[in-house]
Design a protein. Structure first.
Lengths: 310, 114
């Protein structure tokens, strides 16, 4: 791209803007240099169509918006597809902070046919429950907008938090009731056969599981009561706490049982994990369906008479 | 065809799907399955649902298309897509660009043969 016709001041403006965008992109997982090259090309191309004056360049830059806003646009475009994480030896990793947009792109993204998508945070994969729902014929790929759960009724969102709360509470009550009857050391890890292969003090073992089940529930309620929390955020919190409540309470049950009985069947822990996933899936699906129903009631229009011409 | 080749071809197909969708919607409102069916049955395009739906979502986010729920004679309402004003302008620009690119590439390919 030739830069003839651009005044030095105009060029300085471009450099200044590119530096701002570069800073704004720092800490994101986006291909920074590619984006900057594209952006430079775009501005220069647009400028060649003008008189190349600083004012013309300023107008082009204003069109793109402040650097922060430009970053958001790029991020949103990138998050439209789940496969934005980087890979090492074919395994995806992502250490950018989880955001609502990321949850929507990975955890509940019916438009993306991939069932296993990069984890929200860390190394490996997570399940795109939206793709599972589509595969099972329970949803269509475009039933949700880019940001899902926008129309879920408030009552459904509250109920969605009550379910994990009850499950976590059940675990806490079981732990309290069983406490005195438990030996000082309880199993903390089970082998494939189902036999415990690690033991630890009951206070720390049960304490950890309670924290795992009850902690997220409390955070979820706090988040839900915060002003301005979007429905999508509340829905994701409810579904996420469902996973943890089943894992926490399930493992408390397994610990109590394992302390008194030599070897619970090996598939117990598998049942707990599958149960956690299934409950999470069912909750996401139900919230989505309820949201869609509400949306259809509000906005559905009759069929257009589409005629022949097409 | 090696995997490298396949990726390369799917790469450049992906670039034109956007144009294909906009051009298709220029003829009037369509719902997702209609778009997928039309684009999928064209063997040269061979575009799958997995490509179309994320793209529809992105085009909508970018304000080039919009959607509306319409009742269906069978089952739940369908999401129909249509071009926005911006989408129409974008389609005009892209179509012009496209013709230019096709002409140039065609010329290069023909020059290669002779």
């Amino acid at each position: 791209m030739s830069e003839t016709g651009l005044s030095p001041q105009a060029r300085a403006l471009i450099e200044e803007y590119l530096t701002q965008v570069r800073d704004a992109l720092r800490g994101t997982d986006l291909p920074r240099s590619e984006i900057l090259v594209d952006l430079r090309t775009h501005i220069e191309e647009a400028a060649t169509g003008s008189d190349g004056s600083p004012d013309a360049v300023r107008a082009i830059i204003e069109d793109l918006g402040p650097a922060e806003q430009y970053r958001e646009t790029v991020e949103e475009t990138a998050e439209g597809t789940a496969q934005t994480a980087r890979r090492v030896l074919g395994v995806p990793y992502d250490f950018t902070l989880p955001s609502t947009a990321k949850f929507a792109a990975r955890w509940w993204n019916p438009a993306d046919p991939h069932i296993f998508v990069p984890r929200m945070f860390g190394v490996g994969w997570t399940v795109n429950f939206g793709a599972v729902a589509v595969r099972l014929g329970m949803m269509r790929p475009d039933d949700e907008d880019a940001m899902p759960f926008g129309n879920v009724p408030d009552r459904a969102l509250v109920l969605a938090m009550v379910i994990p709360t009850l499950i976590a509470a059940a675990g806490a009550i079981a732990a309290a009731v069983a406490w005195h009857g438990l030996p000082a050391e309880v199993p903390t890890h089970w082998g494939i056969s189902g036999a415990p292969d690690q033991w630890g003090p009951k206070a720390s073992a049960l304490g950890f599981l309670l924290l795992m089940g009850v902690g997220p529930v409390l955070l979820g309620w706090l988040q839900g009561f915060r002003k301005g929390t979007s429905k999508a955020v509340r829905a994701f919190w409810a579904a996420g706490t469902a996973t943890f409540s089943v894992l926490g309470s399930g493992l408390i049950g397994l610990t109590i049982y394992g302390a008194k009985n030599p070897a619970p069947p090996g598939w117990w822990s598998l049942v707990i994990i599958v149960g956690a996933l299934v409950l999470t899936f069912v909750m996401l699906l139900l919230m989505s369906r309820l949201g869609l129903r509400a949306e259809w009631r509000q906005t559905s229009e009759p069929r257009e008479d589409k005629g022949e011409a097409r | 065809m090696g995997p490298v080749n396949e990726t390369r071809i799917s790469q450049f197909r992906k670039g034109v799907v956007e144009l294909a969708i906009l051009a298709l919607l220029d003829g009037g409102e369509l719902y997702g399955v209609e778009i997928v069916d039309t684009l999928g049955t064209d063997p040269a395009l061979a575009i799958s649902a997995g490509t179309v739906y994320p793209l529809l979502s992105r085009l909508k986010k970018g304000g080039l298309i919009d959607s509306v729920w319409r009742e269906s004679p069978v089952g739940p309402p369908r999401k129909y897509y249509k071009l926005t004003k911006r989408g129409e302008t974008e389609l005009e620009t892209m179509a012009a660009e496209w013709s230019g690119v096709v002409e140039s590439i065609q010329r290069l390919l023909e020059a290669r043969k002779s």
